[in-house]
Design a binder for this molecule. Sequence first.
Ligand code: 13P
Ligand code: SF4
Length: 306
Amino acid sequence: MNIVELQQKIIRLKKERDICILAHSYQAKEILEVADFTGDSYKLSVDAGKVSNSRIVMSGVRFMAETCKLLSPEKHIYLPNPDAGCAMADQMDRALISQVKEHYPEHTVVAYINTTAELKTICDVCVTSSSAVEICRKIRNDKLLFIPDCNLGAYVASQIPEKEFKLLSGGCPIHACVNTDDVRKARRLHPDALLLVHPECKPDVCAMADYIGSTSGIMEYAAASPHQEFIIGTEISIQEHLQYRCPGKRFYYLSQKLICPNMKSTTLMDLYRCVAGEGGEEILLDTDTITRARRCIDEMIRLGSA
Ligand code: 13P
Ligand code: SF4
């Protein structure tokens, strides 16, 4: 069976089995092509709440599928590859953050959406990379404990100097690998290109960028810009997707280190097996976790649309 035949089977099966497919922009092109909704983690969270199908397949990583379950607890939510975790989401657990909170009783706990549902139960509000600045600005408290990504936290703090941010030393090991030497090398190779980076990159890398934004933010910026060449400082798939979307422009990756093995672990065959009911994992969360974790997702969507 070739890719197109497999895609046709997936499209047929999702209609027969009342399935909606959501796919994060870091997924492979052949997966994005059969998805009903694609985008960054904020857009997918909002889209997940609007779906009317009884089953949702979240092609991405585990915390994204958990977020779908929190938003639609009555639906069946599936992760096509059960091994697709997120190295950042696994860094901090509820026991650790419960202890940290004791030292900061006056702080609002802001959780990047890249956290487990269990950890979200003790946080106040979620943010994503595209919504973090706006939401942190709108939170009434001026004291924020921002977890787990200190790079994203430092970027948000730099945009809202009037607030006090307490950061912990967590983050995305993929984005944090990129350094200023990588930037200098890429700029030497592509002197006319603009540098677009994800805020999970280190502050010294972000300081050298022409634009800082989420995966969707980077894609929209590059597509709309009159510029012709771009160095892409986020997961390598975005450089490839942009090259298809804007064939007249040139896109280069900032570093070959920017490959997320978790995002790459889901294949079109995994998606097919999941849609056929022969593979993947159904996400199950207990009612108490759903009720408590959902509060900070709801608060994110409320502040994001206020
Ligand atoms: P976005 O919020 O840009 O979708 O990023 C999610 C992510 O995992 C980045 O590494
Ligand atoms: Fe997690 Fe980093 Fe992969 Fe995003 S790129 S899913 S934050 S490990």
